[in-house]
Ligand binder design. Structure first.
Ligand code: OAD
Length: 248
């Protein structure tokens, strides 16, 4: 593990065009549960039932009650951890160019990263299904479920549900970054959900080195990653940043 951290430090220090792809695992140390695996949200509820746009449109109250209300509480309390902070430091050092995140918790921006592509949207915002007014999630009244705008319309989070498209501008920018970076750092994603999971494949095909950080191996570990540093993202990313600073 120490050898791999040194190797990642060397690789990243000699690159100026690093892009990170992050998933739910990077926010686990901030108290936000992942979707899959032990303690995962999809272990308790079926995503095709509760996180699909068709269910939301038919039964918004059910989705708010079972999934979104809890999500709001958990995200409200969460703060960036050492992994988010480490990625923000890498940006300040001029090494990390952008973060493509599948997370909707806004923690990369809170940690200080300025170029963050929110592939699956951001839960901090809600949009009224009737009048399209957008407001902050922390301002909506959850004493009535589903929450409603003053026009009477129902609020939906500005997140991508299953069955919806990735916003095209995010997809175009992510593909562009993936095909031009020289290292892609893939942190805390099970690499099971497309099209996000295709970004490291695209980066690899374009000649980038792929460094994975995850306590578990994933479907991309063997065929796409150059190497995996196994463990929790907070400790590993802090150690890599320390290593880089010693080299500068
Ligand atoms: P998953 O929940 O599928 O995977 C989380 C990954 O994080 C797993 O591979 C874990 O091994 C790893 N992990 C757990 N703790 C970690 C830690 N402390 N440090 C580093 N890694 C850790 O999350 P995603 O891959 O992000 O989409 O899931 C992708 C998409 O599936 C989500 O954006 C969401 C979900 O359904 C939508 O809702 C559209």
């Amino acid at each position: 593990m120490d050898e791999l951290i040194k190797r990642a430090g060397r690789d990243l220090a000699s690159s100026k065009n690093v892009v990170a792809l992050t998933g739910a695992g990077i926010s686990v140390e901030s108290g936000i549960p992942p979707f899959r695996g032990k303690g995962g949200i999809w272990e308790k509820i079926d995503p095709m039932e509760f996180a699909h746009i068709d269910t939301f449109m038919k039964e918004p109250g059910k989705v708010w009650n079972v999934l979104l209300k809890d999500m709001k509480e958990i995200i409200d309390k969460a703060k960036p951890n050492d992994a988010h902070k480490g990625l923000a430091e890498l940006e300040k050092l001029g090494i990390l160019k952008a973060v493509i995140t599948q997370n909707v918790d806004g923690l990369h921006q809170k940690a200080g990263n300025r170029d963050v592509i929110e592939f699956h949207g951001n839960f901090a915002w809600q949009r009224c299904l009737e009048c399209n007014k957008v407001c902050e999630t922390r301002e909506i009244d959850l004493t009535q479920i589903p929450p409603r705008c003053e026009c009477g319309g129902i609020y939906r989070p500005e997140c991508v549900f299953f069955g919806e498209m990735i916003p095209p501008h995010h997809l175009i920018r992510s593909r562009d970054l993936a095909s031009t970076c020289d290292i892609m750092l893939v942190v805390g994603t099970s690499a099971l959900v497309q099209p996000a999971a295709y970004m490291p494949v695209m980066a690899k095909q374009s000649g980038a080195k792929i460094i994975e950080i995850n306590p578990e191996k994933t479907p991309m570990t063997k065929s796409v990653s150059d190497y995996i540093i196994m463990g929790q993202a907070g400790r590993i990313i802090s150690a890599i940043v320390k290593e880089i600073k010693q080299q500068l």
